[in-house]
Ligand binder design. Sequence first.
Ligand SMILES: Cc1ncc(COP(=O)(O)O)c(C=O)c1O
Length: 482
Amino acid sequence: MTQERAPLWEALIKHTAVAGAQFHIPGHRSGQAIPDEFLQFAGTGIFKLDLTEIPGLDDLHQPQEAIADAMALAAQAYGAEKSFFLINGTSCGLIALILACCGPGDKIIVPRNAHRSVLSGLVLSGAVPIYYQPAVIEDFCCFVGPDYLEIEKLLNENINSKAVLSVNPTYYGVAGNLTQLAGICRRADVPLVVDEAHGTHLRFHTDLPPDALSSGADAVVQSTHKTGGSLTQSSLLHLQGPRIDADRVAEALRMVQSTSPSYPLLVSLDLARRQLALRGRELLEKTLQLARWCRDKLSRIQGVRVLGPEHLGAAGAQYLDPTRLTISLLPRGLTGHRTAELLHRKYRVFVEMADAAGVVAVLSLGTTQEDCRLLVEAVQEIAASAAGQPLQLPQTLQLPQPKVAISPREAWQSPGRDVLLESSLHCICGETVAVYPPGIPAICPGEAITQPVLDYLLEVRQRGCHVQGPRDASLQKIRVLC
Ligand SMILES: Cc1ncc(COP(=O)(O)O)c(C=O)c1O
């Protein structure tokens, strides 16, 4: 089958072309029972596609026809041996991969800044994390990708690890050297699982960082909805090589995905794959041109910093996705949060993310020249009218070494109580405490409150740093396990 085909789309269109009686779920019956205002706004088309596992439309959990063909085409487009359509985002793909690779007590090497679904995967599987700290680019206080030398060291110290998990590229578009990392994992015969939530598009243009499958990863999960042109919640999971059992992944996905998968989501994956395969390069070329235009204009504005190739160089920061614009107005006295607020309140410019240092604008296949003009003009005006003194980010404190005492699963299942921070030494923590900057957890559930951790938290409290995660953000008390 060629990439011109879109098997699930074709099956749905064929089905809708022939009228028939519908006695199946969903009960809105191709839009008949959809409330009027929704119908008037959305039209009828999308509701006609909202079908279920009836003859001719296959079954996501036992695919043999149109969905199997559509997934095979996705595998072909991405160079995978097997691909799965996901309807609960990259989150469910990461959970399923952890479940497929690890059982209770098994070790898995994970970055300390992993997405929260990784913690869910650890709780559900009973696996024990071996953490590595991602480096940070100081001016923007943003994490970088994996440092393969550090992971090699951890693999040598933990020879029976069941998997290595990496986030690459990061939210900021920064990527490490996955080829080196994949080589290390291959030699250790440990599967490399890459959270490529932000990298669906990488494979389709040579000016973008190398994608994880081409670099040799065993399993990759991508949020196609983020930059690939499909609907929100739709993602792809790809496998290659002998180290991960595809049947086990399928079983795990059956556990964590709905038994009523949305056909609009599934078909959006089929069509997004076709669009990327046939026109990805051309569409991304346009996106890249817009990104270059924005980057050029923004970096000429006085007092505006844009994350660029000049900030790369650390082991986990070898590449930058130019379609991500990380913009900081700290030199004009504005935090990222304030910048984002001004952008949307005064200019109706909505960015993807804001933190203390800056904002992240995501340029994608759908971005227009007009969007870019509005962004650049808004930043110009905000920078020109900002009267504040340059802001320095609070100096990052050296994070203490985590000491995992019990697995995240055991921590989840244990009752907790709140104690004064001062009296928590040697207790096992029952919550996550992350301090911004850099927003990486200082402690997670199941970890021991050692003297260095306690000293760090006391220092954080005394300095009045911004804390995320604990029930008591003032850090007078901390949740510990009984
Ligand atoms: C690095 C990373 N991994 C995983 C996810 C989860 O992806 P999804 O929203 O597709 O479930 C996100 C979401 O923002 C993310 O940023």
